[in-house]
Structure formats: structure tokens, C-alpha cells
Design a protein around this ligand. Structure first.
Ligand code: ZN
Length: 285
């Protein structure tokens, strides 16, 4: 099993808490709310005349559901799918690594990243962080950042109501802050699936939704060549956000976690393209 070959030390000083912000609904949400209000008024005045509006409401809900199930969609609210223009100008890319920390895989990922002078953003699951707090502190000590991937990574996350969503996000915020001393500023939904009720919850917790530009599907695919092709194929460019997994990683035929099989070649490809890996926080400075 790989080991942490760095001595323990204090984690970097915590940044100040992100002030809660006000929720600004997207255009689709504004139009949906207006449609609901119109349907309500029409129903009160004349239930028969409201029938076409009720049909529109059904279509509206279907559209909202579909938008929530498209991970890179921005129709329900802001969603980071690429780094900002300043980061593109600096030729930066972001490696994001989900579903950890994992006591077997994460230390080896950290060693590989260090060998290549690369930085990454780890979207950690709260309950796993509670199980491996020292590993979380090691991630931060080595210059990477930890962000919020919910407390339990529930498979029914996209079906939760406002209270359930807020509880998942707030518990993970508290867990990760208590362990690392740093408050996450980004949230990634489990499997990227969400519903329209998530967006109003995010600003109050100082979180911004982050998805990705391209992903390797490395929880299902165990072919390093295919993973590399998906992550760096035609169109790899500055500003891309790449997604891999240190938790739930598929295994190659030899038993190696997929991320460890693809990471060296990926980091070399990024380096030869003149791209610098940074954390999401660094990209947004
Ligand atoms: Zn996940």
C-alpha cells in the first residue's frame, strides 16, 4: 500500500469564511415561477380555463427535471464548466478528483501529483473525510484543495427537497472545515445530478456549483488509453476542468485503480501541451 512519505505538519492557515450571498434565480426559474403564478391565478378565476396552463406546467416540470439531470447544464443556475478567462490566459487547467478520500488510492495520487509538480482539487465526501481526517489534512498540506461533494454522496441526492439538500451540504461544510480548517467554496453534486431546489441553497453556504469540461468515466472504464483519450482528446485546451476519481475507482485487469493507471500519462500530456494544473481556488484568484 502506498504511504504518505511527508511528515505531518500544520495545514496552511484557513482563509476567511465566504460571506453568504443572495440567491439570484436563472431566467428559466423566473419564467417557471411566473408560469406557476399565472396558473394559480387562472385556476382561482376559472378552473376550466386553467387547463392549458396546467399542461404547460407539466411540460415545465419535465424541462426542469431534464436540466437537473444534465450535469453541465446552466439553465438552473450558475455552473462552473470551465475556468475563468484569467486562468485561460495563464494557460491553467484544473484536475478535479472525486469520491475520496480513499486510504489506498489517495496517498498514491498525492505522490504522483507531487512528482509532476501538479495541483488538484479533491471533492471529498463528508463521511469518508471523518473516517480519514489525517489524509484530508495531508491533501491540504501538499498544496491541494478540498471541496464539498456532500456528506453522504446519496444516490437519491437529486430527489431531495430543500431541507435534505441543505443538510447534506451544510454537514459536509462543517465536517471538512473541522478537519482542514478551510471552508469549501465549491460544491459538486453526486454524479453531477441535481434538481432546481439546489441552486437556492448554494449561496447561503458560500458555495458555487462546479461540474467539469470533460471526464474519463473512470469509475466504469478501466482502459487507461480510453480514459486518456476522453480526457485529452481533440480540443484539450487551457481552462478545461478534468474529472477523475480516487474513490469508487474502476480497476484495470492488473488490479490497479484506473486513476493511477492514467494519471502519469495525463500529467505528461498536460505538461507537453504547456498547461499548468491549479486548484479551482487558485484559478479564481
Ligand atoms: Zn461522486
Amino acid at each position: 500500500m502506498p504511504t504518505l512519505d511527508h511528515p505531518s505538519g500544520p495545514v496552511p492557515a484557513a482563509p476567511g469564511p465566504v460571506p453568504p450571498q443572495r440567491w439570484r434565480p436563472s431566467l428559466l426559474i423566473v419564467l417557471s415561477l411566473a408560469l406557476h403564478a399565472c396558473a394559480g391565478v387562472a385556476w382561482l378565476i376559472d378552473p376550466l380555463s386553467a387547463r392549458p396552463l396546467l399542461l404547460l406546467l407539466l411540460i415545465n416540470h419535465a424541462v426542469l427535471t431534464i436540466c437537473g439531470l444534465v450535469p453541465r447544464s446552466r439553465w438552473l443556475g450558475p455552473n462552473l464548466t470551465r475556468l475563468p478567462a484569467a486562468a485561460v490566459a495563464r494557460r491553467e487547467v484544473a484536475l478535479t478528483i472525486d469520491d475520496g478520500p480513499d486510504p489506498e488510492v489517495t496517498p498514491a495520487v498525492l505522490d504522483l501529483l507531487e512528482r509532476h509538480g501538479a495541483r488538484a482539487t479533491f471533492f471529498c465526501i463528508g463521511v469518508l473525510a471523518e473516517r480519514h481526517p489525517e489524509l484530508c489534512r495531508e491533501i491540504v498540506r501538499r498544496g491541494h484543495s478540498i471541496e464539498n461533494h456532500s456528506q453522504h454522496h446519496r444516490h437519491n441526492f437529486s430527489l431531495l427537497g430543500p431541507r435534505g439538500l441543505r443538510r447534506e451540504l451544510r454537514q459536509a461544510q462543517e465536517t471538512l472545515f473541522a478537519i482542514t480548517g478551510q471552508r469549501p467554496g465549491f460544491f459538486r453534486a453526486p454524479a453531477g445530478l441535481r434538481n432546481p431546489l439546489l441552486d437556492p441553497v448554494l449561496p447561503g453556504l458560500g458555495l458555487q456549483l462546479a461540474s467539469w469540461t470533460r471526464r474519463g468515466f473512470d469509475t466504469r472504464s478501466n482502459d487507461p488509453e480510453r480514459l486518456l483519450q476522453r480526457l485529452t482528446g481533440a480540443g484539450l485546451r487551457a481552462g478545461d476542468i478534468l474529472l477523475l476519481h480516487d474513490g469508487n475507482a474502476a480497476r484495470t485487469p492488473s488490479g490497479a485503480p484506473a486513476i493511477l493507471a492514467v494519471l502519469p500519462a495525463l500529467l505528461e500530456r498536460l505538461h507537453s501541451a504547456g498547461l499548468r494544473t491549479v486548484t479551482l481556488r487558485e484559478a479564481h484568484l
